[in-house]
Design a protein around this ligand. Structure first.
Ligand code: GLU
Ligand code: ZN
Length: 269
């Protein structure tokens, strides 16, 4: 059955961009008599605030976007991410990284040809093949994308807007799959949960198109099904910037209080 999801982070209020994204997922499911789910991506636990969970659901209800099952919270699912990380360790496609952010920055400024991706500088691979790990530090775990890519061969994904796309497994470099504070990352958690919730169509903003290359690699390594994708346009403000937490005037709750209709301010579906 067609199943879609909206996966907000409860680190702020819903704004117009989220409303658009939620509607894309909702409408795709409804058109096919499928299921529309909500999942709280709350692993960024230091920025999460309890009132945002309820606020987001209140906004979705007011927007008329009804979901079909009790929303999941990623913080309830850490053991599943741990199990997936263990499988990746057994495959030999992850390695511990002891670098601090500052050390990575220093390393990058010292390199003449610092690796670059679409979203900025890539991790320079300092800890790949590290012989003696420092005893006093907890590691994060990074994907060794080259080892992963060698195991799975060529991959593609299908996007309803962009068509068939060849996976470039190194696009984002050796990304973190498990942060040292929480034992997972966006990439690992989203792949595990999309499979666990049997999501058939992953819909999200096109700012996450790059992440999908990593997700296809992880899905294949972990033997998970391949969903279809729809990376939709981003909703921008008047100056062409993507909407962010600072756009309080465009928060759904603000529009509700002012009696404004968010759908009039958004492009048609
Ligand atoms: N939590 C992400 C966001 O707020 C969505 C991630 C996804 O849909 O894969 O943009
Ligand atoms: Zn490192």
């Amino acid at each position: 059955m067609t199943t879609t999801r909206f996966a907000p982070s409860p680190t702020g209020k819903l704004h117009l961009g989220h409303a658009y994204s939620a509607r894309v997922a909702h409408d795709l499911a409804r058109k096919q008599n499928g299921r529309f789910l909500v999942r709280f991506e709350d692993i960024d636990h230091t920025r999460v605030r309890p009132e945002y969970y309820e606020g987001i659901l209140t906004d979705l209800r007011w927007l008329g976007l009804a979901w079909d099952e009790e929303p999941w919270k990623q913080l309830d699912r850490l053991e599943h991410y741990q199990a997936a990380l263990d499988r990746l360790k057994a495959l030999g496609v992850v390695y511990p990284c002891y670098c601090t952010r500052r050390e990575i920055e220093t390393e990058l400024t010292n390199l003449t040809h610092a690796p670059h991706g679409p979203e900025g500088p890539l991790y320079p691979g300092t800890c790949r093949g590290l012989a003696t790990p420092p005893a006093d530090r907890e590691p994060a775990w990074r994907l060794d994308f080259q080892k992963g890519a060698d195991l799975v061969g060529l991959l593609t994904f299908h996007d309803l807007r962009h068509g068939k796309i060849d996976v470039d497994p190194g696009l984002l470099g050796d990304v973190i799959l498990a942060r040292k504070d929480i034992g997972t990352s966006y990439h690992l958690a989203v792949v595990i949960d999309d499979a666990a919730q049997k999501i058939t169509h992953v819909t999200r903003g096109e700012d996450l198109l790059g992440s999908t290359h990593i997700h296809r690699l992880l899905q294949t390594l972990l033997n998970l099904p391949e969903p279809a994708y729809l990376h939709h346009q981003l909703i921008l403000d008047d100056s062409g910037q993507r909407l962010a937490k600072r756009h309080d005037a465009l928060a759904i709750s603000t529009l509700r209080e002012r009696g404004e209709d968010p759908w009039n301010m958004l492009p048609p579906a």
